[in-house]
Design a protein around this ligand. Structure first.
Ligand code: GDP
Length: 465
């Protein structure tokens, strides 16, 4: 009898245990690795964590504990939590190495259900939380599904202006003599593609530009070196007539580019949406608004454009492309302005307001049926301490921290604009955001943060009731 009731209990537990898949994304260096490391760390310290007052499950003692458990998707690399904590706890502390591919980690959260059948049947229940990290650049590829190779090439030709044209000069010079109608030459295509890829990398590293397509070229993950990442847009439109575009078969250079592009659409872009995106329940999108403010108007506007593109993936209108592919199930999206500890606390409301403005236009013009959205500012791992300094007899807000090379620094980094910056702002702006080293920390204490608890409440609060 006892055995029977134990078995029954197990069965009930299993059927009532719940599961949530939380996706974390953002353009590279937005702070994904730091965020996930901190999220796992805060949850692992949950029973003794005094730093989560806004997370009601912890405040009200409903969340009893969390542990890491083996993930079920065995083909997805594991998120490097231990390595990240190792870097943060070393002397001197350093930032975790960012991941460049999709990665995942699974936690089991033990909690006291407060309502519904769970409360009647069980004193405690388990919520399995899968945290999936993937580069935001991959979402920039969604529009490619609706463009054929010619349309995409035309679009790329149009944006080759200003800084982009300069950065593309090596690629364009090399491809000068590229004959699209000559017999397919795999080696030549590989060489020209390598220059094109270099140009995309330069856009990010030297140009501070975020809108790069195809996104997988700069964050190839396991596809590095594969032929599917060896093609480039035919931006020399005058070299080919419409008829030649249409006729080019696999035996020509143009035909090979066309077929690789199609393969990329089907096996890279579509596959990501089907295998990963369609299974997410909740999404946090991390945005570093401060770096583009530092870098200038071109970089800022480019980030805005990249965010607009990225948000297309959350447009599930009835006729949307994603709805046609599968039924997306994300019901809540949180936008988070990261690295809030880079500015003094009275600037945090401005940071949120700026982020709202950045995402609002795209949000308003699209139909985001059934998705809730919110914006916060946060610091996943706080690296500075706020305070005041005396300036000509006045107390002004300041930050104290250590630069990456270890030198102590106290500064007022500047004001964050409340609204999208205009020309006057760019002429007058005096930003000075520098990279800080993480603070020294103890392994038995949770990582210092700003408003991680607010993000946790939004993303997980209702799942733990
Ligand atoms: P990812 O490429 O999106 O995974 O970005 P990372 O998480 O690796 O973050 C990139 C860099 O941003 C880190 O190396 C840190 O220098 C900085 N960073 C990330 N989060 C924070 C934060 O909360 N505070 C501060 N001060 N810096 C941060």
């Amino acid at each position: 009898m006892n055995r029977f009731s134990n078995e029954l209990n197990k069965l009930v537990n299993r059927s009532l245990d719940r599961h949530v898949r939380l996706a974390v994304t953002g353009l590279s260096r937005a702070g994904k690795t730091a965020f996930i490391t901190s999220l796992v760390n805060q949850l692992m310290h949950v029973s003794t964590n005094p730093r989560l007052p806004l997370f009601t499950a912890v405040r009200d003692d409903q969340l009893l504990g969390a542990k890491r458990v083996p993930q079920i998707d065995m083909h997805v690399p594991k998120f490097a939590y231990e390595e990240g904590m190792g870097a943060l706890l070393s002397a001197p502390p350093s930032w975790p190495e960012p991941t460049r591919d999709v990665s995942q980690t699974r936690l089991a959260l033990r909690y006291k259900p407060q309502r519904g059948p769970m409360k009647l049947l069980q004193e405690t229940a388990t919520l399995y939380l899968d945290i999936v990290d993937y580069p935001g650049e991959w979402l920039l590829d969604l529009p490619l599904l609706e463009l054929d190779f010619m349309a995409w090439s035309r679009q790329q030709a149009q944006i080759l202006k200003g800084k982009r044209a300069e950065l593309a000069s090596d690629w364009l010079a090399m491809a000068e003599s590229f004959d699209p109608l000559a017999p397919a030459d795999e080696t030549l295509i590989e060489q020209v593609s390598a220059r094109f890829t270099e140009y995309l990398y330069k856009c990010k590293a030297e140009g501070g530009l975020h809108w790069v397509q195809p996104g997988r070229f700069v964050l190839p993950g396991e596809l590095a070196g594969a032929p599917v990442l060896q093609f480039f847009p035919m931006v020399w439109l005058e070299k080919i007539t419409e008829q030649q575009w249409a006729d080019a078969n696999e035996e020509t250079n143009l035909g090979m580019l066309k077929s690789r592009y199609r393969y990329y659409q089907q096996h890279v872009v579509k596959a990501f949406y089907k295998e990963h995106f369609s299974k997410f329940d909740r999404q946090i999108i991390l945005v570093d608004c401060l770096q583009p403010l530092n870098a200038g108007p071109e970089s800022f506007n480019d980030m805005r454009q990249a965010l607009d593109q990225l948000m297309q993936s959350f447009r599930y209108g009835r006729s949307s492309m994603l709805k046609r592919l599968f039924s997306p199930r994300i019901d809540k999206v949180l936008f988070a302005a990261t690295k809030a500890d880079h500015v003094t606390p009275e600037q945090h409301p401005n940071l949120v307001s700026l982020l709202q403005q950045l995402v609002n236009e795209a949000w308003q013009t699209a139909s985001f049926e059934g998705i809730k959205m919110d914006c916060v500012s946060l610091s996943s791992i706080q690296a500075t301490e706020p305070g005041f300094v005396d300036y000509h007899g006045r107390q002004v807000p300041a930050l104290r921290g250590h630069q990456i090379d270890g030198d102590a620094k106290t500064l007022f980094p500047g004001e964050v604009p409340r609204r999208l910056p205009n020309d006057t702002f760019w002429q007058q702006s005096g930003f000075d955001f520098i990279n800080f080293r993480p603070l020294e920390m103890q392994s038995d204490e949770p990582l210092p943060h700003i408003r991680m608890d607010k993000a946790m409440e939004y993303l997980l609060g209702d799942k733990l009731r």
